[in-house]
Ligand binder design. Structure first.
Ligand SMILES: NC(=O)c1ccc[n+]([C@@H]2O[C@H](COP(=O)([O-])OP(=O)(O)OC[C@H]3O[C@@H](n4cnc5c(N)ncnc54)[C@H](O)[C@@H]3O)[C@@H](O)[C@H]2O)c1
Length: 394
């Protein structure tokens, strides 16, 4: 068999990626890594996967495995990434890349010394809503941009207990990364505040976080636009929403209020010289799928699709999570390996998209103090700045 061998590590969210790797023409084999034997056996049986490993170390020691995609809980991301890079594996990792600036640096160092490819699997810049807004933006339809609002409000009651008290801004990437990708920039500094107060049952978990909600204002390098971001995981009476709205001098596009469905597009007409305020027309706009950008075997995964691979006993329908973004992530990671080039969200870009949330949480713990964000994409390690050391230890 020609092609690479990919291990999918962690089969909660991870199981969504198994059929996409199986369908990719440059992937020869998919191996499952999951400590829960019942879950591992069920997913293996469902997709006809032959090789299951129960320990991550087994995958690292296996020379036939070229790449790992880490979808274990957040607390494992940094350790697994560094260990896998050091073992000579290419690494894709679910967001967030890590939750401390020190771990971001460790991952960059590990990627540098290994020469292997790293990618943070950021869904928010590969979904149909993002791709639709991006094509309007690149076509100049917004005019000059004036405001970005990102938001991720999700109630995590009933989720695994390791989420209790999790600092909301440590998970900022879904709400912030679209701004950084659209404007091709990074965050210079942030001010954030906590809002509300976690109840004692939500504050368990061992984090230094008293807030159910964090609200941040991110200043972007090389642009006058501010990104205003709201993050909440507990005690906020709102259905799940994870997205952004973008406004420019001529157009504003708003994310669907219930997270799925058409975008709302506001177009502002020029002044007629008579009335106060310019006229604004408002319409709904269905975001377009971009499956044509994918290899044909992956294109169906932008919508729910049914698969039956060799070894499967019956067809299985696969959902199209996160705006149909998953096949784009798989294709980009695999392509970076096969073409021997940095991935679109390589270790430095991933750090630049993750660090602002770490700094925002530090700001929130210090009543909105301005916290500079290191510049990971500037050439040379010495360019990294970072928060005042006194803020790191809070
Ligand atoms: N839109 C997105 O990008 C998105 C969405 C959901 C989850 N996530 C991320 O994906 C990751 C997984 O989320 P989830 O909801 O599936 O979590 P989960 O806790 O529900 O499932 C994690 C799985 O990993 C397994 N696991 C635990 N320790 C492991 C180890 N040492 N080695 C291998 N597997 C291990 C668990 O048994 C479980 O099956 C998290 O980091 C989460 O932040 C990202």
């Amino acid at each position: 068999m020609s092609g690479i061998t990919v291990a999918v590590v962690g089969l909660g969210f991870g199981q969504d990626f198994v059929p996409i790797y199986l369908a990719h023409p440059a992937v020869a084999e998919v191996v499952l890594v999951e400590p829960d034997p019942a879950r591992a056996a069920e997913v293996a049986q469902r997709f006809g996967v032959r090789r299951v490993l129960h320990g991550f170390e087994e995958a690292l020691a296996d020379p036939s495995i070229d790449a790992v995609h880490v979808l274990a809980p957040v607390v494992f991301h940094a350790e697994m990434t560094v260990a896998a890079l050091d073992a000579g594996k290419h690494v894709a990792c679910a967001v967030p890349m890590a939750t401390t600036l020190e771990d971001l640096d460790r991952i960059i160092d590990a990627a540098d010394r290994s020469g292997r490819r790293y990618m943070m699997m950021e869904t928010s810049v590969h979904g149909r809503e993002y791709l639709t807004v991006e094509s309007m933006f690149r076509a100049g339809e917004f005019g000059s941009p004036t405001l970005y609002r990102g938001f991720h409000v999700q109630n995590l009651d009933g989720f695994p207990s390791y989420w209790l008290g999790f600092p909301p801004m440590h998970y900022v990437t879904h709400a912030l990364s679209p701004a950084l990708a659209l404007f091709d920039t990074t965050v210079a500094s942030v001010r954030a505040n906590g809002s509300g107060r976690l109840t004692p049952d939500h504050a368990r978990g061992g984090f230094d976080n008293p807030f159910p909600v964090e609200v941040g204002t991110f200043l972007l390098r090389g642009t006058d636009v501010v990104a205003d971001v709201v993050m909440s995981f507990f005690q906020t009476g709102r259905s799940y929403i994870e997205g952004f709205s973008l406004y420019g001098e001529r157009r504003g596009v708003e994310w669907p209020a219930d997270n799925e469905g058409p975008l709302t597009v506001h177009d502002m007409l020029p002044s007629d010289g008579v009335h106060r305020g310019n006229r604004v027309t408002t319409r709904l706009h269905e975001p377009a799928d971009h499956g044509h950008l994918l290899p044909p075997p992956l294109a169906p995964f932008v919508r729910p699709t049914t698969v039956r691979f060799p070894g499967m006993t019956e067809p299985v329908t696969v959902a199209d999570g996160h705006g149909g973004s998953h096949p784009f992530l798989v294709h980009e990671f695999v392509s970076a390996i096969v073409e021997d080039r940095p991935s679109r969200i390589d270790e430095r870009i991933a750090a630049a998209w993750t660090a602002p949330g770490i700094c925002a949480h530090q700001s929130a713990l210090h009543d909105g103090e301005l916290v500079p964000v290191p510049d990971y994409t500037a050439p040379g390690r010495e360019a990294r700045g970072g928060p005042d050391p006194s803020l790191r230890s809070a």
